[in-house]
Design a protein around this ligand. Sequence first.
Ligand code: ADP
Ligand code: MG
Length: 245
Amino acid sequence: MLTVKNLQATLEETSILRGVSLSVGSNEIHALLGPNGSGKSTLGRVLLGDSRYTTTGEIQLCGKNVENMEASERAQLGFFLAFQSPPELDGVSARELLFAAKKSFDPEFHSSFRFKKGLLDKLSQFHLGEEFSEREMNKGASGGERRKMEMVSLLTLNPRVAFLDEIDSGIDVDAMHSIAKGVKEFMSQEGKSVVMVSHTEKLLQLIPPTHCHILVGGQIVQSGGPELVQEVHKNGFEKFLKNKS
Ligand code: ADP
Ligand code: MG
């Protein structure tokens, strides 16, 4: 579903990703852990095709090389990024944004009535009022509300590969459960993959990853199974910092 080979990314001459290789298969949940500033969010943005970065290396999404593709084309292929800091969008409501996105994936998709009903169901699943459908996307929304809107977007657009960047930061305990339930609902379908960045033990307990990677200084210094998550939560990243030097 997603194969990354020796990915390097620089931003304004600062090297941030320094040779990341990663392979994410169908029905797999990969936890991406690492200290602050190690490049986790950068990886998500580079995979989406953020044009501010200069990149080398290879990214394949659903079997296609996406090197020359715009973010919108990568999204159409099935990539979704839940932003760590979802931006406010002036003048565009969630309904308009998601309907336009849905239509761009599937030109046959016409039913705005059916779409609106689905969207309202998803909002209520995350305890967001109906007004979030018409309100400008994320305008004045709290951190937790923005996270929930990312989940509403994920389930509405139903991509193939979802990169969830700290989808659980700053949320209350009920939201944690509804977000975990939402990710499970997404993964209950055949042929989906998730890459999940998280600093909390709780989410990774609720959604046990199948694989885990430790990113330090723009490089994956160790990959393994779920036991790696436990090790990090118990002993921190110190050991992996030493691996690097
Ligand atoms: P993480 O998500 O792992 O905490 P990020 O991917 O957000 O880390 O950031 C990786 C590194 O890139 C950090 O050291 C950060 O300071 C740096 N960085 C991010 N944006 C810029 C920028 N505009 N200019 C220079 N460095 C940046
Ligand atoms: Mg980050």
